[in-house]
Design a protein around this ligand. Structure first.
Ligand code: HSE
Length: 429
């Protein structure tokens, strides 16, 4: 074993960073044995140096992250700051000064992964980011390496724990969205500002990363169709239950049937209770990968939290250090297919539409005619009437999203349709 240590700079010492530092210290001997050289924490950049951090050597702490990544003797930079800047500049500077980078930064990789990969390649460095998608669950490396000989056609999953917790609460208790969000906040699952989670930004960033790796093409967060879960009501959940379904916020990345394009989307969807994703409870994540040769694979586990995310960071650290010792780099960006990302209108799936209508003769026929005129085939209809009004639930066969949107637009024009109470996609059948 080499005795000269590999030097590591840690950018950020919050929930994840402090766990990374702790494990690097407590598992130093195992990490050294697995890598073939000791790894030494050479500096920790933080914003608030006065904060008490148990087990963090004070002499390593600095507020000057730029100077740390420019030192020249750093082999690996671990970036767990998050956000676009200063993380992007620090990572690029780290490459320029000879370091490889391990990052947990989904927002940055989803926005600018191609440029970061190019910078890493220019400087003969590695860029690894297993922790950016679904915390501890190995997904990036399985897609990048284990499945590199297969053809992945679909990635379907729950990649946000906060929203899964909220939907699980709504499903198990009948609570509305706000009540379930309050509980998630009280228990520390949801942040004080839950926008990134509940509006689907966090899941969309992960979907972009997964789609790019799975289909060997470039997908950024701007290519991902995104709908959050703030509009999901207790009535939607109850309606899903009547259909033998539950509601999940899904990230879905698909190769088109003709193989000429891909789609990536995040939105709430009904899935049958028999689907394995339906039994993913609380704040857990799970991702289904479908490929030509392997068939269906499912990855399941904790998708957030200091310790699970640190596990993914440290796995990357070991891999990157091994590469350094071998004088090699691991896989970089693979975007050779250059498949375009199709708009949401091209996505084909099933829909559950809930309408408030007048309860009188001819209404059902009128509604059915609108569906037929737009080429959307109805699978089932359920009606419940009360005092001259009725609630009509229509479930369609597979149809293009654009056709469904036109159908709903035309339904809204009907005098007998008082309102479109909800539209939800039905997946996983
Ligand atoms: N906020 C995310 C979640 C974890 O709830 O899953 C970090 O991506």
């Amino acid at each position: 074993m080499r005795t000269r240590p590999l030097k590591v700079a840690l950018l950020g010492c919050g929930v994840v960073g402090s766990e990374v530092a702790r494990i690097m210290t407590t598992h130093a001997d195992d990490l050294a044995a697995r890598i073939g050289a000791p790894v030494e924490l050479a500096g920790i950049a933080v914003r608030r140096p006065d904060k008490v951090r148990d087990g963090i050597p004070a002499e390593l702490v600095t507020t000057d992250a730029t100077a740390l990544v420019k030192r020249g003797d750093i082999d690996v930079v671990i970036e767990v700051i998050g956000g676009i800047e200063p993380a992007r500049t620090l990572i690029t500077t780290a490459f320029e000064h000879g370091a490889s980078v391990v990052s947990a930064n989904k927002a940055l990789v989803a926005a600018d992964g191609a440029a970061l990969h190019a910078a890493a390649q220019r400087h003969g460095a590695d860029l690894y980011y297993e922790a950016a998608v679904a915390g501890a669950i190995p997904l990036v490396r399985p897609l990048r390496e284990s499945l590199a000989g297969d053809k992945v056609n679909r990635v379907l999953g729950i990649v946000n724990g906060t929203t899964n917790f909220i939907l699980d609460k709504m499903d198990s208790s009948g609570a509305g969205y706000s009540e379930a969000l309050d509980e998630a906040t009280a228990l520390g699952y949801a942040e004080a500002d839950p926008t990134a989670d509940v509006e689907g930004f966090d899941a969309a960033a992960k979907a972009a990363i997964l789609a790019g790796i799975a289909f060997h093409t470039r997908v950024t967060i701007d290519d991902v169709h995104r709908e959050g879960l703030t509009e999901v009501t207790a009535a939607d959940i109850a309606s899903a239950k009547r259909m033998g379904c539950t509601v999940k916020l899904l990230a879905i990345c698909e190769r088109a049937a003709d193989g000429a394009s891909v789609t990536a989307r995040v939105h709430p969807a009904m899935i049958p209770l028999s689907h394995p994703l339906a039994s993913v409870r609380e704040a857990y994540n799970a991702v289904f990968v479908e490929s030509d040769a392997a068939g269906q694979l499912m990855f399941y586990g904790p998708g957030a939290g200091g310790s699970p995310t640190a596990s993914a960071v440290l796995g990357d650290l070991v891999a990157v250090c091994r590469n350094k010792l071998a004088g090699a780099t691991g896989p970089g960006e693979s975007a050779y297919t250059r498949l375009p990302v199709s708009p949401m209108g091209d996505v084909v799936t099933r829909y559950h539409i809930s309408l408030d209508v007048a309860d009188k003769s001819g209404v059902l026929a009128q509604v059915a005619t609108v569906f037929a005129e737009h080429g959307v085939s109805i699978d089932t209809v359920r009606q419940q009437g009360k005092d001259g009004e009725a609630s009509l639930v229509v479930v369609t066969h597979r149809a293009a999203d654009a056709a469904l949107s036109s159908t709903v637009g035309a339904l809204r024009e009907l005098d007998t349709v008082r309102g479109v109470a909800s539209i939800m996609r039905v997946e996983g059948e």
